[in-house]
Design a protein around this ligand. Sequence first.
Ligand code: NAD
Length: 319
Amino acid sequence: MAARILDGQALATRLQVDIIPEVQAFIGRHGRPPGLAIVLVGHDPASEVYVRSKVRTASAIGFRVDLERLPATAALGDLFTLVDRLNLSEAHDGILVQSPLPAAMGPEAEPQVFDRLLPAKDVDGFSPHNVGLLVQNRASVVSGTPAGVVELLEWEGVPIAGQRAVVIGRSDIVGKPLAMLLLHRHATVTICHSRTSDLAAVCREADILVAAVGRPGLVTPAFVKPGAVVVDVGINRITDWAQVEGLFGAGHPRLAQFQRKGSLLVGDVHPGVGAVAAALTPVPGGVGPLTVAMLMRNTLVAARARLERQPAGAGRQHP
Ligand code: NAD
């Protein structure tokens, strides 16, 4: 039987509609909307797409959103100066610095920028302070992609407590925080990575399998226990016809899509997994839209915390 599709786009749309009255109420109380600053350094094509989507959504729900651009040649010091200004800005409740930063800024640029961000305005949840709160299960702001994955699983009624969850990928922005969120919801969690031996065998243990790697088709049916729930976080743009045909097989409708556009967005999960899994997130239209929806929620949470001194997240107890 074909896997049920977990429709992240539908949930994201609903979350965005639901937040509008809350934004209106905030404006009524404070005479201004929640303010989000998005910092984009350079012109990375994927970042341009992501940032456009964030600006569009933030405007649509009634936020003030300011896109602050720096040239690809900017020095790290210029970025610090901008972050310092936004940290002090009364109008901005949230600051997001779009990854990746230009390679010329050096490998330590991103962590240094996250160190510099005021934790109260860090709506991506990447600053060490907010990561620490996440580990202690008392975060009020959690990075959008992992938060979106959990939101989708809960919305779809997928049980988490007591289940075996395997997360492939150990990045600071997806794999590690997602593993924490699943752990806090009482899953038994395994994190896999580029040096995991016999990856397929570990993944076959999973009731919930999450792929966050960035390799098209890595997760084949051989990785999936029949009836598992599979979440595909990967976003890969492929431009090679042979690769598309190899993934989807001759005659698949997505081949026609490739021919029209010249490229295709695919996840890390092989299309064949749909015949083995109980449920599966699509790419596009799965986790991606939820990342943006969660960012909006984080910005509202940050704005309330700043202006209304609302306490940080209460945190769940987990004996
Ligand atoms: P990353 O490159 O920082 O991390 C990739 C991880 O995959 C690493 O931990 C690495 O150890 C692991 N890995 C690499 N090759 C592997 C292999 N052969 N077997 C097992 N593990 C392997 O990437 P990231 O920033 O975590 O992003 C992962 C994917 O998720 C990318 O495709 C990215 O575009 C996508 N992404 C999507 C969203 C969204 O909104 N849906 C958000 C962020 C990232």
